[in-house]
Design a protein around this ligand. Structure first.
Ligand code: P6P
Length: 323
């Protein structure tokens, strides 16, 4: 296992050495993401000072008000991921259709990302994040984005919080790297992240409980309260999921009468977070099936999300099955 303080680039090269046939393509792809997020982090840090706060006066494919930092983060991700030449296609929460960079015409991978998730929290200085999901190029068309989550080659997020942390899995467990701004490097701070079997926190927007479709969900949350669980909900998926991975418990954004498939998007929120959760020995389900087994039909489709430690999720599955 890599030792604490190993920088992300060295870690990526070490991982590459484990695969004799590796061409270095995935390594270069991950380094491009790393570079883009360092620049995003610098802008997020100074958002309070520079004039990037407030609305950009446009709405994205989700019909949500786009904030300037969202636009900047999306532009930076598109630039870095295009220039590296390793991605045949890019899909972004901020773009209605995927883009096929000229530099990536021989790329082996496709990537879906949310450049700055939790953007409604930007103006109040709450943690936000970048989420990404990498698949192999198969058919050289949009269908390459519509692969089941278990086929992901790599998934990760960067949380711009009290510190900036890059959390990554390439299928061999989950590792967290904290940015040292003095040297501009992500350094291994959380090796081999495993979600606790049983936690003490549940994370769900209880204001929606009258609209929840899943019968028994309210009783499930009440039973956690009776067991002494506390509630933590930031309303920024990266922050809520990161806390769940580190401290355990469960996070959910269920379907409700307003959002029949929930609010979170499969390709660049649910699937990458499910990949990380499962790699950290946790469980991630839509309530009906493992999130990693869902076959996408649209790049912006939404799914209900329940993820967490084994104890909380086994207990939940009993409720959702028995209804
Ligand atoms: P609500 C942020 O806008 C986001 O997409 C996720 O990051 C977050 O988990 C969710 O929406 C919060 O939604 O309806 O609880 O405010």
């Amino acid at each position: 296992m890599a030792k604490i303080g190993t920088d992300l680039n060295s870690f990526i090269l070490e991982e590459e050495r484990k695969y004799p046939n590796a061409t270095g393509s995935l390594s270069r792809a991950l380094v491009a993401i790393e570079s883009a997020t360092k620049v995003i982090a610098s802008h997020v840090r100074m958002a309070g000072l520079a004039d990037v706060l407030g609305k950009a006066g446009k709405t994205n494919v989700q019909g949500e008000e786009v904030q300037k930092l969202d636009e900047l983060a999306n532009r930076l991700m598109v630039e870095y991921l295009s220039q590296c030449g390793e991605f045949f296609a890019l899909a972004s929460e901020e773009l209605e259709e995927p883009i096929f960079p000229e530099e990536g015409k021989n790329g082996k991978y496709v990537i879906a990302f949310d450049p700055l998730d939790g953007s409604s929290n930007i103006d109040v200085n709450v943690s936000i994040g970048t989420i990404f999901s990498i698949h192999r190029r198969v058919n050289s068309d949009v269908s390459d984005f519509l692969q089941e989550g278990y086929k992901q080659v790599a998934a990760g997020y960067v949380i711009y919080g009290s510190s900036t942390m890059f959390v990554l899995s390439t299928g061999n467990g989950v590792n967290g790297f904290t940015l040292d701004p003095s040297v501009g490097m992500y350094l291994l701070s959380h090796p081999n992240i495993k979600i606790p079997e049983k936690g003490k926190i549940y994370s769900i927007n209880e204001s929606n409980d009258k609209k929840w479709i899943d019968k028994g969900l309210k009783d499930y949350i009440e039973s956690l309260k009776e067991e002494g669980y506390t509630s933590r909900y930031i309303g920024s998926m990266v922050a809520d999921v990161h806390r769940t991975l580190i401290k355990g418990g469960m996070f959910a954004y269920p379907a409700d009468s307003k959002s029949k498939n929930g609010k979170l998007r499969l390709l660049y929120e649910a699937a990458p977070m499910a990949f990380l959760t499962v790699q950290a020995q946790g469980v991630a389900t839509t309530g009906k099936e493992d999130i990693l087994n869902v076959k996408p039909t649209d790049i912006h489709q939404r799914v209900p999300v329940f993820l967490g430690g084994k104890y909380e999720m086994e207990k939940l599955k009993q409720v959702l099955i028995n209804g």
